[in-house]
Design a protein around this ligand. Structure first.
Ligand code: GUN
Length: 290
C-alpha cells in the first residue's frame, strides 16, 4: 500500500505560495474568526495561523465569545469584510445557538477564502471561477500531484457536509481532467453502506466516526482518502487521547492501493489550500490598488 503523504504535498504547495507571496508588493492579509472554545477548532486555527506566518501571509485570529448573539456575529462578519483584509473565514462548527448559513451571508463573497458564501457555492456549481472550499480542493490537488486519475472512475463519498462531502462531489463531477468522475454520495441514512463503499475506485470518508470504514468495505486496489479527524481515548499517551480517521487504517492497508494517513493526510492540505485562496484574494485586491 502506497502512503499518500499529505504533509509532503502540502509543504510543496506552501513553498510555491511562499515564492508567489514574495513577489507581491505587500503581504496578503487574512483573518480567521473563531466563536467559542471548541478544542478541535482551536487546533485547526493554530495550524492555519502558523502556515500563514511561514508563507509570509499576515493573519489575525479574531476570537469571539461563545455566547455572542446571531446579530452581533453577523455585524462582526460584515465589519471584518469591510476592513482592509484581503480574505477571512469563519471556523466551523459554531455553537449550537448560531446559524452558520446566516453568518456566512454577511461575508463579502470576494473575501470568502473558505468558499462557503452562497455566491461562491453558486459559482462552483455553475462551473464559474470562484474560491473553492479548501478540503475538497486539497483532495483534488493531492490526487493530481500523486497522478491518480479520476476521469471515468467511481468515487464514493461517505458524508454529505458542506465542508467536504457535498462540495467534493461537485468538484469531482466537473467536466475536466481533474473531475469527470462517477460520484456516489452516501450519508448516515444510507442503506447498505458497505455495498456502496465496495464499488469505489476512490473512497472518500468524511463522516467523523472513528473506524467506521473497515477492510471488508473496501475494494481490492482502491484509493482511500480519509478526511476523518476523531479523538479517541488512549491511556498510554500522556495527553490521554489520539487522533484517528474514519477508516480502519491497519486493516485496510492490505487491500487498498494507496491511502492517506490521519494525521498527516488531508488536514495539512486543507490548510495549504486556505493559504492558496488567501493569495488569490490578495492578488484580486492588489490588482485594484495599482
Ligand atoms: N472546520 C473543519 N474544517 C473546516 C474548514 O475547512 N473550514 C471551516 N470554516 N471550518 C472547518
Amino acid at each position: 500500500m502506497r502512503l499518500l503523504d499529505g504533509k509532503k504535498v502540502s509543504q510543496d504547495i506552501l513553498d510555491e505560495i511562499t515564492a508567489a507571496v514574495a513577489l507581491l508588493p505587500r503581504a496578503p492579509r487574512m483573518a480567521v474568526v473563531q466563536v467559542g472554545d471548541d478544542p478541535g477548532s482551536a487546533a485547526y486555527i493554530r495550524n492555519k495561523i502558523r502556515a500563514a506566518g511561514k508563507t509570509g501571509i499576515e493573519s489575525e485570529h479574531v476570537h469571539l465569545d461563545g455566547k455572542i448573539s446571531q446579530s452581533d456575529l453577523n455585524t462582526r462578519m460584515a465589519e471584518l469584510s469591510a476592513s482592509n483584509l484581503d480574505g477571512l473565514m469563519l471556523q466551523l462548527p459554531l455553537p449550537a445557538h448560531l446559524n452558520e448559513g446566516e453568518a456566512l451571508e454577511y461575508l463579502d463573497p470576494d473575501k470568502d477564502i473558505d468558499g462557503f458564501h452562497p455566491v461562491n457555492l453558486g459559482r462552483l456549481i455553475s462551473g464559474l471561477d470562484c474560491y473553492v472550499p479548501c478540503t475538497p480542493a486539497g483532495i483534488r490537488e493531492l490526487l493530481k500531484r500523486e497522478e491518480i486519475p479520476t476521469s471515468g472512475r467511481h468515487v464514493v463519498i461517505v458524508g454529505r457536509s458542506l465542508i467536504v462531502g457535498k462540495t467534493a462531489a461537485l468538484l469531482l463531477l466537473e467536466k475536466s481532467d481533474l473531475g469527470n468522475a462517477t460520484v456516489t454520495v452516501c450519508h448516515s441514512a444510507s442503506d447498505d453502506l458497505a455495498v456502496h463503499c465496495r464499488q469505489a475506485d476512490i473512497l472518500i470518508a468524511a463522516v467523523g466516526r472513528a473506524f467506521l470504514i473497515k477492510a471488508d468495505m473496501v475494494k481490492e486496489g482502491a484509493i482511500i482518502i480519509d478526511v476523518g479527524m476523531n479523538s479517541i481515548e488512549a491511556p498510554e499517551r500522556r495527553s490521554g487521547y489520539r487522533l484517528v480517521g474514519d477508516c480502519d487504517f491497519d486493516g485496510i492497508g492490505d487491500r487498498a492501493a494507496a491511502m492517506t494517513p490521519v494525521p498527516g493526510g488531508v488536514g495539512p492540505l486543507t490548510v495549504a489550500m486556505l493559504m492558496s485562496n488567501a493569495l488569490q484574494a490578495a492578488k484580486r485586491y492588489i490588482g485594484q490598488e495599482n
